[in-house]
Write a protein that binds this ligand. Structure first.
Ligand SMILES: [Zn+2]
Ligand SMILES: [Zn+2]
Length: 344
């Protein structure tokens, strides 16, 4: 079968023929992939940025961790599922105590074990979450970024009536904006940098306060919005450390910045205003496992309202074109669909 793999610890990915997985470990099933999304982290792996060097010992590895497919083996064969990419070890004290959310010995499907830019992928059955009938494959493929966004809004606390800034209009930032609106935020501003396509996606989903800071610096834009109170909350979804400094300067006293980006450089921060204005910086990473079925139900409710987020559906053979579109910010979410013949 065709697979998009990271083969060497340097920039680039390769489309190669690999065997269909033959042996399954205990508790695993084979999943036939219907569609898999290209994520910002896949672009980092492609670029080989420092924050993803941790996958070097696991190469070669098939990428792809945001996916939907059908179970092809075991007691739940035939079931349409999304797969949580974070695979717990099953052996540590936390796993033994069934506290899987606390496992520290994880492997990531599509990062440190083979992923879904291929026709077949093996996955632990307990990672497979049934997709409700009303949720299309296209929408279901967005569940992972929405689960990350769900965790970010949870870390933020109460959003109702809040004035919110989302920095970074990628899929995570878009999902945060959608959830913040649903949770009653009063105003939501989203910023991007040379991000016409992704800001247009937000416009198509009914957001108006959109700023491309490559054209209008945010501080300048804010002077044209005198009615806008200082931000209660800022969500950082850029991965650019300097945006944190900027975000802190835009908060009201006691305001909160929730950081979701993976940063490949440290942040230098002047702590005195941070202390005097009692600001808070909160990290947000992985949602609890129990969120996944809830997020899928939510996606069923959001339905066509979030359909603009998927801009391209390409065959896996055109993966490099998909990566180039995503890299060049010429696409919103790009889905790759594996080849039809199943390779088995
Ligand atoms: Zn992802
Ligand atoms: Zn464990």
């Amino acid at each position: 079968m065709l697979a998009l793999r990271k083969t060497r610890p340097e920039a680039g990915t390769e489309l190669v023929e690999v065997p269909v997985p033959q042996t399954l470990e205990e508790g695993e099933v084979l999943v036939r992939v219907a569609a898999a999304g290209i994520c910002g982290s896949d672009l980092h792996v492609d670029d080989w940025t420092a924050s993803y060097a941790f996958i070097a010992p696991y190469l070669p590895v098939t990428l792809g961790h945001e996916f939907v497919g059908t179970i092809a083996s075991g007691p739940r064969a035939g079931q349409r599922v999304v797969v949580r990419p974070s695979v717990t070890c099953g052996r540590c004290a936390h796993c033994q105590a069934q506290n899987f959310d606390a496992c520290e010995q994880r492997r990531g499907i599509g990062m440190t074990r083979d992923g879904a830019f291929a026709t077949w992928v093996r996955a632990p059955l307990r990672n497979c979450i049934p997709v409700p009938a009303g949720v299309s494959d296209t929408l279901a493929s967005l569940v992972e970024p929405f689960s990350i966004a769900m965790q970010a809004v949870r870390q933020a606390g109460d959003l109702s009536g809040r004035t919110v800034l989302v920095m970074g209009p990628g899929t995570i930032g878009q999902a945060i904006a959608v959830l913040a609106r649903r949770l009653g935020a009063a105003r939501i501003v989203v910023t991007g940098f040379q991000d016409a396509v992704r800001l247009d996606t937000l416009r198509a989903m009914g957001f108006d306060d959109l700023v491309d800071v490559s054209q209008t610096p945010l501080t300048q834009w804010l002077t044209t919005r005198a009615d806008l109170p200082p931000f209660d909350l800022v969500f950082e979804a850029t991965g650019v450390p300097a945006t944190i400094t900027e975000a802190l300067g835009l908060l009201r006293r006691d305001g909160v910045v929730v950081v979701t980006g993976i940063h490949d450089r440290p942040l230098s921060l002047d702590l005195t205003p941070f202390v005097r204005r009692q600001l808070q910086l909160r990290g947000s990473f992985r949602p609890p496992e129990s969120d996944w079925p809830r997020v899928l139900d939510l996606m069923g409710e959001l339905g066509e309202a979030i359909r603009p987020m998927v801009s391209h559906v390409l065959p896996l053979a055109r993966a490099h074109e998909g990566f180039a579109l995503a890299h060049g910010k010429q696409a919103n979410k790009v889905l790759l669909v594996p080849e039809e013949h199943d390779g088995r």
